[in-house]
Design a binder for this molecule. Structure first.
Ligand code: G3P
Length: 217
């Protein structure tokens, strides 16, 4: 499973990138707004930090404008992926941009039928929003399982990018349901390596080693 960082904070992105475990980045207009940085400069910086795919969202409502914006965004860097909303206009724009070899991430996906449309329109990624479905008392990872089955049944190559990930459990369950990628917010990423039993076990091993009086170096 690939891990993307769901962030527009260059410091965070650099930090995780240096660990060598980030395969890409996803942004959205809310994250860009929070970063308080000029948009183009920010996207250029992110695309330099990571060579992996960087999703950047178009903001117009009409397919014509989305296509224009998509071409413009794609000029910023070769690893830009144009994020388009799961609307009919977004689907039309996805078809055009994908035909022009510009990768598209269809975002705000909340149903399997939407995911089929995204795949038929040539999307490189589809982003089911797990956490927001859970907020509505619907199991978001069930949606991933459905999409995985459908895509496998019909040979669709669109990658399933589990988004709106809020907990470690969301990552585990998305992986088990067959998501290709999880996009993870930095605060959750920080805690991924932690487990209280790891800390406890390490404490005991270190104490016993100390008592043994032995050395490795
Ligand atoms: O990748 C989409 C994500 O940023 C949305 O997350 O937590 O606002 O639902 P959330």
């Amino acid at each position: 499973m690939d891990f993307f960082l769901d962030s527009a904070e260059t410091q965070e992105i650099s930090k995780f990138h240096e660990l060598g475990i980030i395969d890409g980045v996803t942004t959205n207009p809310s994250l860009i707004y929070k970063s308080k940085k000029p948009f183009r400069e920010l996207v250029t910086d992110i695309c330099e930090i990571t060579k992996g795919p960087v999703s950047v969202e178009a903001i117009s409502n009409s397919n014509e404008k989305m296509v224009e914006e998509g071409f413009e965004l794609a000029k910023i860097a070769s690893n830009v992926v144009v994020k388009l909303p799961m609307t009919w206009e977004g689907i039309k724009a996805c078809k055009i941009l994908s035909k022009n070899k510009i990768p598209v991430n269809v975002t705000l996906c909340f149903s399997s039928t939407q995911a089929i449309l995204a795949a038929k329109a040539g999307a490189t990624y589809v982003s089911p929003f797990i956490g927001r479905l859970d907020d509505s008392n619907i199991d978001g990872t069930d949606l991933i399982r459905e999409i995985r089955t459908i895509y496998t049944n019909y040979g669709f190559t669109t990658k399933i990018l589990a988004a709106s990930i809020r907990t470690k459990n969301h990552i585990t369950r998305s992986a088990m349901a067959g998501a290709d990628i999880a996009t993870i917010p930095p605060n959750l990423f920080h805690g991924l390596a932690n487990h209280h039993l790891t800390d406890k076990g390490l404490e005991t091993f270190n104490a016993d080693w100390e008592k043994s009086g032995q050395k490795i170096l």
